[in-house]
Every structure is written in structure tokens, then in C-alpha cells.
Write a protein that binds this ligand. Sequence first.
Ligand code: GUN
Length: 297
Amino acid sequence: MSAALIDGKRQAESLRQRVSERVAELARQGVTPGLAVVLVGENPASQVYVRNKARQTVEAGMRSFDHTLPATASQAELLALVARLNADPDVDGILVQLPLPPQIDAQKVIEAIDPAKDVDGFHPVNAGRLATGAPGLVPCTPLGCLMLIRSVRRDLAGLEAVVVGRSNIVGKPMAQLLIGESCTVTIAHSKTRDLPAVCRRADILVAAVGRPEMIRGDWIKPGAIVIDVGINRVPAAPEGKTRLVGDVAYEEAREAASAVTPVPGGVGPMTIACLLANTVTAACRRRGLSDPFKDGP
Ligand code: GUN
């Protein structure tokens, strides 16, 4: 079998289109959602991310507020900025770009963000809401993964899902979303015994481990849906060049799976599109307006 390719670029474009339509409706009611992005330091990958977020926010018709602090900024300075953004009525969403420099406790910063503006969905209140099935803000990457899964299969009830990786940002919320879809969910991680055998059970396999091409073709159940969250830069010929690969050996996976996301062009583009959707959701809820994406983005 040669698996269908799940086109994250196209799905993200379609979501951004829906976001722009909602933003235009809000504009007619005099509302312009605003997203504040905070970057501390000069990590080049983070700078690229933040620029892309700002551009796409404006393209969708929303306001983008960019705040850059020096790499030497103190925790107190960052917390003071977060407090200002929490209090600013023009700011509907706050995103503090991770990773943060070592002198700053990222968890303390995440917990300082108003949960109603926490468009990353990282605040413990939003994690708790997701775990208990209450409406909250859901982390963007797993939300994007779920949309990609649902683009190839609507009803996931009863399917075996295996999530490889247990981070607060991807693995755990991904598992919660799949439980919400009535899947039977296993979270695997670095201490899991016989990981290949666990993966082979999966009708839906989500890989979020950050290890290049770790998941091989013979770990994949024939017909499975495979979602690759990994973005790993590896050396490539000619000497000195690099290329991006996922956590899944893509060519091997295509032989076994029914559908698989490529890297790049799979999960990556969905993340910012979901961030834009979360910003519109936060803007509506803060004003007592009905949810703009009733059945999820
Ligand atoms: N760094 C890399 N991805 C993300 C993300 O989705 N949110 C935040 N806050 N930082 C990141």
C-alpha cells in the first residue's frame, strides 16, 4: 500500500480562511482580536516563528502586538509585562515564546498568564479543563494533529491510538483530545518496554519524541493513520547541508500506513493556524459572544 499524504499546508490554508471569515464578521461588530507575542532573547528559530506568527495574525485581519525582551531580562520584568498584557483590553491572546533563558522559570510565567488569554493552552487551568472535558483553550499542535486525523477519518470512536511522547505541550494534551474522541489511548515514552510492539497496536499513531526517523515502517500497523510531530534537522549531502526529517521514517511509513503526514508540510503549518483560531475563540468568549468554531476549528 502507498499511504495517502495528509496535506497540512492545504488544511492550514483552509483553517486560516475560516479564521479570516470569523474575523471579518467580528469587524462588522466593531471587534478586532489582538494577539500579543513575547520573545525573550535572540534564539534564531524562535525569531522565525515569531515573525511568521505576526505576519499571519495581520493577514487574518487581527492585531499583532510584538514584545521583545533582551536575553538578560529578569523573571520580574517578564512577569510585569505579562501582568500588563493581562490587563490590556486590546489583547485577547498572549503567547510567551518558549524556550525561555535559564534565569526564567517558564512554569511560573505560564501560570501568570490569564487563562482566558492563554492561546497556547499551557496554563494548568486550561490543561485541567481539557482533562475534564470543559471548554477551555487547547494547545495548538495537538489541536492541529486532531484536525489532520479528522481530515481522513471523521469517526474515531473505539480506535486504538498510541501517542509517543509525554510532554505537556504535545503528548499529554494529544492523549486527552483522543480520549475525547472515544479512542482507546496509550501514551508511550522513553521508558516504555517494547515500543515497536506498542506502536504496532495503533490505528492512530502520533509521534512526538524529537528523535529523527525513530519510528520505522515495521512498527506501523497496516492501514494506520500516522501523524508525525517531529521536526529534526539532520546532516545531508552535499557536506555541510542539512534537511528536515520527522520522528517517523517517512518512506517506510508510506508502505504500511493508510495516511501519513510529511515533514515539512504536515503538522507544522497547522500550529500557527490553530493559534489564530484560538485567538478568535478567546476574543469571542471574553466578550460573551458565542464560540466561533462550535465543533472545534
Ligand atoms: N516554541 C515552539 N513552539 C511553541 C509554541 O507552540 N508555543 C510557545 N509558546 N512556544 C513555542
